[in-house]
Design a protein around this ligand. Structure first.
Ligand code: ATP
Ligand code: MG
Length: 438
């Protein structure tokens, strides 16, 4: 029987102390995407299974082994999205965006589902940020998309991620390459895993991406696509490199990268970290010039990337990348008794109207316990409200840093005093900084 006090294998809860990291990272993602003109889209968590089988490809690990597929009550085959590109492309075609102003630039953040063996950096529910750019065939587009990922990683303070790029050509030049691969692998066919034996006939390039140690060992010396590129693909790849150089983005050409999804053409790339163990690819992407038409849309050269947010956070942790501090509580109000509590509710409401973080006792604790709590949450100011304060309409706002008490009149004096004190503290900090610099 399933346990009800344990999350399913390969899933994670994000608790309060971690969620600020997620919020910060996700905001930085959307802000960076906006610098490049990408707008957020939100697509369903599940699609008709065919959407993924057709686009990701039926000889890939994702489709053959990893999809969460089920029949719904209407006997339709449904799959939880293992990635976003297929659903985003489906959506852009369905809503006619691909007939509108081009390029279409969409970005997304959300959960993906793959039935994998859970381990560090490999989950069954994980999250991706990514972008898709439809209708952009120039090498400048490849550079733009790579540059976006690069800028995002830099903005998040991540260092030492290497960018590896490759070209896996187009269906035309790949014909010759497939022939060469088949010839190469047929010499070792008795050692290949069963999945790869099937792949050898249908899509030999997939063998290069097989996770089995035996197959990867054999694949080590396989011919590389770079030596088979047609003139157009070669020229495109040279263009991408020229743009990356112009943008000052360092890269290495890694002819072994093929990516795990079938729709890729020409440029493919990965950002790889040396800090998080075996699951080292934080971001992977590339061109998919044939996908939009394959999904029923017009011929549109397109590209994008997907970035694993859990792996990104692992790298940030390993590298001690800075995460902005949580905003502390501005004022904690400690009421004593029922009347004071009701008055405290009103004061908190006034403070929140002005955008201050205001908290008060909601557990009917004694004054001592309340002050301990205020300390624990790092409240900047506290205000004790008892009978005498209610009667005199005067109270003391205490600066928890300095211990200084400021007498205020209630209710209006509170908001004013918090404003004044904040300005005072900010000015003092600024002066201190200026003095330090001189
Ligand atoms: P891998 O080779 O590690 O299996 P992949 O090629 O299957 O990765 P993509 O389909 O390109 O990965 O997905 C893009 C990114 O999403 C990956 O680079 C990774 O950061 C993240 N990702 C993929 N699968 C998982 C997973 N099961 N758990 C956590 N993150 C994942
Ligand atoms: Mg995978």
């Amino acid at each position: 029987m399933a346990e009800i006090n344990k999350a399913p294998r390969g899933t994670c809860d994000v608790l309060g102390s971690d969620s600020k990291k997620w919020q910060y990272v996700e905001k930085t993602m959307l802000d960076t995407a906006a610098l490049y003109g990408f707008k957020e889209v939100r697509v369903p968590v599940f699609e008709h299974t065919e959407v993924f089988v057709r686009s990701v490809g039926d000889t890939t690990d994702v489709v053959q082994k990893e999809m969460y597929t089920f029949l719904d009550k209407g006997e339709r085959s449904i799959t939880l999205r293992p990635e976003f590109t297929a659903g985003v492309v489906r959506s852009m075609i369905e809503h006619g965006c691909v007939q509108d102003t081009l390029p279409v630039k969409a970005c997304y953040i959300g959960a993906c589902y793959r039935y994998e063996k859970p381990q560090a950096g490999r989950l069954r529910e994980f999250h991706q940020f990514g972008v898709e750019c439809l209708g952009a065939k120039a090498p400048a587009a490849d550079c733009e998309v790579i540059s976006l990922a690069h800028r995002l990683l830099n903005t998040l303070g991540i260092k030492k991620l290497s960018l590896e790029i490759n070209s896996i050509g187009c269906p035309e030049c790949r014909k010759e390459y497939h022939k060469a691969l088949k010839e190469y692998f047929s010499k070792n066919s008795e050692k290949l895993c069963n999945t790869c034996l099937d792949r050898m006939e249908r899509n030999p390039m997939r063998i290069l991406d097989c996770k089995s140690p035996v197959c990867s060992e054999i694949a080590k010396d396989a011919p590389v696509m770079l030596n088979f590129l047609c003139d157009e693909c070669k020229e495109h790849f040279e263009g991408v490199k020229a743009h990356l150089n112009a943008a000052g983005i360092e890269y290495t050409v890694n002819p072994k990268i093929v990516r795990g999804l079938d729709y890729y053409t020409k440029t493919v790339f990965e950002f790889v970290s040396g800090d998080i163990g075996a699951q080292a690819t934080v971001c992977g992407g590339g061109r998919y010039d044939g996908l939009v038409s394959q999904m029923g849309g017009p011929e549109l050269a397109s590209l994008g990337f997907g970035m694993g947010i859990e792996r990104l956070l692992m790298v940030m942790e390993a590298q001690n990348a800075p995460i902005p501090e949580d905003k502390p509580c501005d004022v904690y109000i400690a009421p004593m008794g029922n009347d004071a509590a009701i008055y405290a509710t009103k004061l908190c409401s006034n403070l929140r109207d002005e955008g201050f973080i205001a908290l008060m006792d909601t557990s009917e604790r004694g004054l001592k316990a309340q002050m301990r709590y205020a300390n624990k949450i790092g409240a900047k100011f506290t205000l004790v409200l008892g009978d005498s304060e209610l009667e005199s309409k005067k109270a003391n706002l205490k600066n928890m840093d300095t211990g200084e008490q400021i007498e205020i009149s209630l209710p209006d004096g509170l908001v004013r005093a918090v404003y004044e004190q904040n300005i005072k503290v900010a000015t003092e900090n600024l002066l201190e900084q200026v003095n330090k610099e001189n």
